[in-house]
Design a protein around this ligand. Structure first.
Ligand code: SF4
Length: 286
């Protein structure tokens, strides 16, 4: 167990769960078996074929920075625990300054009044100071909408269970590490796999693309091959991470009282999250 008092953030990690692990349900066992199968097939995917699909699609980054900004769509960046550690080492920031619980989007970011706050954090990150002002907390999740989206994940104590981590964003929803003046990433050498393979991703053994201004641009054979390899590594790493999370996962009790507690907490803006990942669970107040 590690206890960390982090400004107003509290975190408690546990890798083993309860000593007596409950039996997995039939549904959980099916999910685990399906994931194992998918990993096995994914390991045999041919990077050459993937590279030629990427080359045919064409892609050249325009450095518009839109994929990092909330105003242009869902810019949540899912992170594995090892990616969080890499960013922590590079920036000197704490775990909870880098990442928070992976929760659904509820509404559009506020477009006014937040630009100055965005610039402020840019300066802080550029000097790699582990200081994040209160104003950089996300402010665009409406408590009532969030409660409805999360109600199935609330336990009898009022804790909200989340399944994974996402990169912290500024108050206006932009990625914490986006330099607004240059549209460049401040943590480029350690940017998450999702960012280094954008706008491509693999799901269910198929290649997909996200909306992007860079489509159709020239990409060399060599670059396509590198991107294909990175995509495959990301796909397998994410599947392995999800598998490890399912294997560690333990179900929780739910009741009306828990829902009331969580609803009140959400309205007050202070929630207790239990984050499940490949290493175990992290309990945090956010
Ligand atoms: S980590 Fe870098 S590349 Fe990824 S969303 Fe943030 S600014 Fe963009």
């Amino acid at each position: 167990m590690i206890y960390l008092q982090d400004r107003n953030l509290y975190m408690e990690e546990s890798s083993s769960g309860s000593p007596q692990k409950p039996e997995k349900t039939k549904y959980q066992l099916i999910l685990i078996a399906a994931l194992k199968k998918e990993i096995e097939i994914a390991r045999r995917l041919d990077p050459e074929k993937l590279a030629s699909e990427i080359e045919k699609t064409g892609f050249s980054c325009q450095y518009c920075g839109k994929c990092c900004q909330r105003a242009f769509g869902d810019n949540r960046v899912v992170l594995t625990p090892s990616e969080i550690e890499k960013i922590q080492k590079h920036t000197g920031l704490s775990k909870l300054e880098v990442a928070g619980p992976l929760i659904p989007e509820t509404c559009q970011p506020e477009e006014t009044g937040n630009k100055e706050e965005g610039r402020e954090i840019d300066r802080e990150i550029s000097s790699m100071q582990p200081e994040i002002s209160e104003t950089d907390e996300e402010a665009f999740s409406k408590p009532s909408q969030l409660f409805e989206l999360l109600r199935e994940d609330i336990d009898s104590q009022g804790n909200i269970h989340a399944y994974g981590w996402m990169l912290r964003r500024k108050r206006n929803g932009d990625c914490l590490f986006l330099n607004k003046d240059t549209n460049r990433c401040r943590i480029y050498p350690v940017r998450p796999m999702l960012c280094s393979t954008y706008p491509f991703y693999i799901e269910g053994l198929k290649l997909y693309t996200c909306e992007c201004e860079g489509f159709g641009g020239h990409i060399s054979k060599e670059e396509s091959r590198k991107l294909a390899e990175a995509l495959l590594s990301r796909y397998i790493a994410e599947l392995e991470d999800t598998l490890a999370m399912y294997e560690k996962y333990e179900d929780f009790e739910k009741d009306k009282e828990g829902l009331e507690i969580a609803k009140n907490n959400l309205e007050k803006g202070t929630c207790v999250y239990v984050i499940h990942d490949s290493k175990g669970i992290t309990k945090m107040i956010d």
